[in-house]
Design a protein around this ligand. Structure first.
Ligand SMILES: C[S@@+](CC[C@H](N)C(=O)[O-])C[C@H]1O[C@@H](n2cnc3c(N)ncnc32)[C@H](O)[C@@H]1O
Length: 269
């Protein structure tokens, strides 16, 4: 998620892979549908899908580029890649790779896209620069991030629920992060331009996730938020779940803002 405290580690995504796939129809797929429509992969194109997860954007992109095209889908989490291989078996033009995409050797792509990925890079600036460098001159780059305020309410209530159950202080504010400065359309566009992209546009995709108890808990189990549960025994996790759901009810949170920004630009010729 948008890099809340204590989440988003590789271990968290490894542990989350099966639930991540289950959350897909509620969250990852609607986000990816909008992102892919904006990035617009075309027949015959070579696409890099960076931080592909279980393929929410890579699979539809592979269908759009067709058999004459190619999608290299790269994720650092082995269980995510295993899940993707299973889901995409039979789509020959989709190649799933387990790797740190910031160190991926590929180059010359017609389109480099990353949906909800770049904010996990330890160095967002350097990692995104590297992705941009993998597009061919004149190729497109499309990065999707959460808009400011999106998804945070769930992370806050989860952090507070864990503190309630463990009888500790509420979690400290996480340190300021580059993404906090660029998660609005204007600043995002400016930042992408500063990385050398031209013809930059930012599309806003407004969205809300209905937070039924089942979906609200799946959101924790099937995302980077799962990292916050690492090391807790099952009975404590069950208590955290109950407390988290009660907190959501008390706070009147029955839907969650999941608005995304997709920034697109062209690599300089
Ligand atoms: C929130 S998920 C998004 C997955 C997918 N793009 C989607 O929209 O469904 C973020 C993904 O980024 C991956 N990731 C984080 N850092 C990465 C890196 N350096 N290289 C490759 N994948 C990375 C995680 O393993 C995780 O699968």
């Amino acid at each position: 998620m948008g890099r809340p405290a204590n989440t988003g580690s590789r271990e968290a995504f490894d542990a989350a892979a099966a639930d991540f796939a289950a959350l897909g129809r509620y969250l990852w797929e609607p986000v990816a549908t909008d992102a892919v429509a904006t990035a617009d992969p075309g027949p015959g194109e070579r696409v890099l899908d960076a931080c592909c997860g279980t393929g929410a954007s890579a699979i539809p992109s592979a269908r759009l580029v067709g058999e004459e095209g190619l999608v290299d889908a790269v994720d650092v989490s082995a269980p995510m890649i295993a899940e993707l291989r299973e889901r995409a078996s039979g789509i020959a033009q989709l190649r799933a790779h387990e790797a740190d995409v910031t160190a991926w050797g590929g180059a010359g792509y017609d389109l480099v896209q990353s949906v909800l990925g770049i904010f996990f890079f330890p160095d967002v600036l350097d990692g995104t620069r590297r992705l941009i460098g993998m597009a061919r001159p004149g190729g497109r780059v499309a990065c999707t991030i959460w808009r400011r305020g999106a998804v945070v309410a769930a992370g806050e209530q989860l952090g507070l629920a864990i503190a309630d159950v463990r009888r500790t202080d509420p979690p400290a504010e996480r340190p300021a992060h580059l993404i906090d400065r660029i998660n609005q359309p204007g600043p995002f566009a400016e930042w992408l331009r500063s990385l050398g992209l031209v013809e930059v546009r930012v599309a806003v995709h407004e969205r809300a996730l209905p937070m039924t108890p089942g979906v609200a808990w799946l959101l924790v189990l099937g995302s980077g938020y799962r990292g916050a549960l690492t090391g807790l025994p099952p009975e404590v996790v069950a208590e955290v779940r109950d407390r988290y759901l009660a907190r959501l009810r008390e706070a009147g949170i029955d839907e969650l803002d999941t608005t995304t920004l997709t920034g697109t630009g062209t690599a300089p010729v």
